[in-house]
Design a protein around this ligand. Structure first.
Ligand SMILES: [Zn+2]
Ligand SMILES: [Zn+2]
Length: 357
């Protein structure tokens, strides 16, 4: 009997605790808590828990020591959400381990723009990585993980986050479909109507929760939104203030050279926005649209809330309670959780072979 689980390897934002300081959410005497947000999708034996296949989603500070403590093996491949260093820092250690042990290149899945920018930080990786390109909205098979299918959905996370996106996983468990989504860092997803339909009823979402209240300059969305139509007005005003239009949000995901698949995706996206602006700028607004069952809050900082919203920084129990209370008030049925490092979510359990849809 095998099972597929998602493990939280780290849950921190870029710098969970600044040196010389403390943070109510992160225990600075526990190295595990200082790791950046990273996840493993794991296929393992149900009884022995021995890992058969492992796919990493992002790897910033602290990922490798965590992996060493948990069966000390090299994951079969990695998927990157975006090229910021708190999501890519461990790539070097990872790819070098693989190359020096196996003599072969390490499989890295990312959008082309994300990978090209990552290479600027780690030029040495070009020779030891096998880059596999993710295209917006197109399912791609992870051969290294028993043909697991993933989809990359582009997001806006600031002008410097080239090729940033969410990673979506869908698999069949017997006759049941199981869905998981990793938002990466995001101010707003750039999804088409069909993508929202695809994501409907997600079993679990791991979402960027950098701040509780809207502060678009952070390039992160907030957990709580502004209710009703106010939200889109708030963000349209923010765009207008900068002299920008919606099309500005897609620029960090548009290659200079025309690419029919990428430009086609965004043409549909922008055309749909003319009829109905459905962009989400908060976790709650997004979760309501896709009606997710479980929502894991990660990448919490609280700094923007404190500096610009005069709101206190919460500890993990406080944050979880605040999110669930507010969700209740807003009649959002999803269950919110602040996962501990090492937390496991069982996505599928099967006696028979698990297969993709
Ligand atoms: Zn980040
Ligand atoms: Zn980022």
């Amino acid at each position: 009997m095998t099972e597929i689980i998602i493990r939280t390897n780290g849950r921190g934002n870029a710098w969970p605790v600044f040196l010389g300081q403390q943070h109510p959410y992160y225990n600075n005497t526990n190295p595990d808590e200082l790791a950046n947000a990273s996840f493993s999708v794991i296929k393992r034996d149900f009884y022995s828990k021995v890992i058969d296949k492992e796919l990493l989603i992002d790897a910033g500070h602290g990922t490798i020591p965590f992996l060493m403590k948990h069966q000390n093996r090299i994951p079969e491949a990695i998927v990157l959400t975006h090229p910021h260093i708190d999501h890519t820092l461990s790539l070097d250690w990872l790819a070098q381990s693989h190359f020096r042990s196996n003599g072969t290149k390490y499989p890295v899945y990312a959008s082309k723009m994300c990978w090209e920018l990552s290479l600027q930080s780690f030029p040495q990786l070009e020779k030891i990585v096998e880059f596999k390109e993710l295209m917006p909205g197109e399912p791609l098979v992870i051969e290294e993980f028993d043909d697991l299918e993933i989809v990359f959905y582009p997001v806006f996370h600031g002008e410097s986050a080239l090729g940033a996106g969410m990673i979506y996983i869908k698999l069949m468990n017997g006759s049941k479909i199981r869905k998981a989504l990793f938002t990466g860092d995001v101010l707003c997803p750039l999804l088409r109507v069909q993508d929202y339909l695809e994501l409907l009823g997600c079993d679990v979402v791991y979402t960027d929760s950098n701040n509780r209240f809207p502060y678009p300059k952070s390039n992160h969305w907030s957990i709580a939104g502004l209710e009703g139509n106010v939200e889109s007005k708030f963000f349209n005003d923010w765009l207008n203030e900068k002299g920008r239009f919606l099309s500005w949000l897609i620029r960090p995901n548009l290659p200079i050279e025309f690419n029919e698949r990428i430009h086609g995706y965004f043409e549909t996206f922008l055309n749909e926005q003319v009829h109905q602006n459905n962009i989400s700028y908060s976790v709650f607004d997004f979760i309501r649209k896709i009606d997710a069952k479980h929502v894991n809050i990660i990448h919490y900082s609280g700094r923007e809330d404190k500096v610009y919203n005069e709101s206190e920084t919460l500890d993990e129990t406080g944050l979880e309670k605040w999110a669930n209370d507010l969700a209740n008030n807003l009649d959002i049925k999803s269950h919110f959780k602040t996962p501990k490092v090492g937390d496991e979510f069982v996505l599928a359990k099967a006696e028979k072979k698990l297969h993709n849809n």
